[in-house]
Design a protein around this ligand. Structure first.
Ligand code: UDP
Length: 235
């Protein structure tokens, strides 16, 4: 097994499926089954889910809201998504805990690093909700932060394409996939894999990021056992 403890980042938009808003039950089922395959391999898994399918702070700010209030709404959106993913996993019999950076005791546990590590060691999946708990950040940065805190071996960034390409593969069929990349190239060439704050945090702390296509069944397991199904970004 190439990686033993993994932090998986899923964008909120991935949860919409064919829709243009909200949470698709089919996608939740699909994701849960994919995660179940990892769980059966005894991989310790933390999850960070975005909220682009519900609300993004920048969009709220663009329509006149105070940015911090809008970001708080975005963070609450991630809690909704996290609860949906938890429900999907639990329905397959996989123990999953939601830990939120914004305390809401009636709904989920508050985030506590050592408790999260304990959950992972006890073979529970931990879903880190509410991002970093601070406005002006994104769930990409939250994913890097939590991955560092729980000492994950890698961040697996789920996308719709098979990794990072030199051009947009959805527009240009001649685009070539990078098998590996360095953080400095990603930042220099402004390759939009994650926001720059998240990339810098990963680079400064030597945390690899693996970009892969999660819509392809079985890919997450292939990635974790070390198959070349995406782009690995390292220093
Ligand atoms: N957000 C925030 N602080 C964080 C993480 C997220 O304020 O630490 C807010 C922000 O408004 C963001 C929204 O939550 O737009 C949803 O997160 P993100 O845009 O990262 O979701 P994704 O693009 O992954 O679906």
């Amino acid at each position: 097994m190439k990686f033993k403890r993994v932090l998986l980042k899923i964008s909120g938009e991935a949860l919409m499926g064919e829709g243009s808003y909200g949470i698709s039950p089919e996608v939740i089922r699909f994701l849960s089954q994919e995660i179940q395959a990892l769980y059966n391999l005894k991989i310790e898994l933390g999850l960070v889910v975005g909220a682009g399918n519900i609300f993004r702070g920048v969009a709220g700010a663009a329509s006149g809201m105070d940015r911090s209030s809008a970001d708080n709404m975005g963070m609450l959106g991630t809690v909704m998504n996290s609860l949906a993913v938890q429900d999907g996993l639990e329905s397959l019999g996989i123990p999953a805990k939601v830990m939120s950076a914004i305390t809401m005791l009636n709904v989920c546990e508050p985030y506590e690093r050592l408790k999260a590590i304990e959950h992972l060691e006890r073979k529970r999946i931990v879903i880190f909700a509410a991002g970093t708990g601070n406005p002006y950040f994104t769930t990409d940065t939250a994913a890097v932060l939590r991955a560092l805190e729980i000492k994950a071996d890698v961040i697996m960034k789920a996308t719709r394409v098979d990794g990072v390409y030199d051009r947009d593969p959805e527009k240009d069929p001649g685009a070539i996939r990078y098998h590996t990349l360095t953080f400095s190239t990603v930042l220099r060439d402004d390759l939009r894999i994650m926001d720059a704050a998240g990339i810098s945090l990963a680079r400064d702390n030597d945390l690899p990021i693996f970009v892969f296509n999660m819509t392809e069944p079985g890919n997450i397991v292939r990635a974790v056992i070390g198959e070349d199904v995406g782009t690995l970004i390292t220093n």
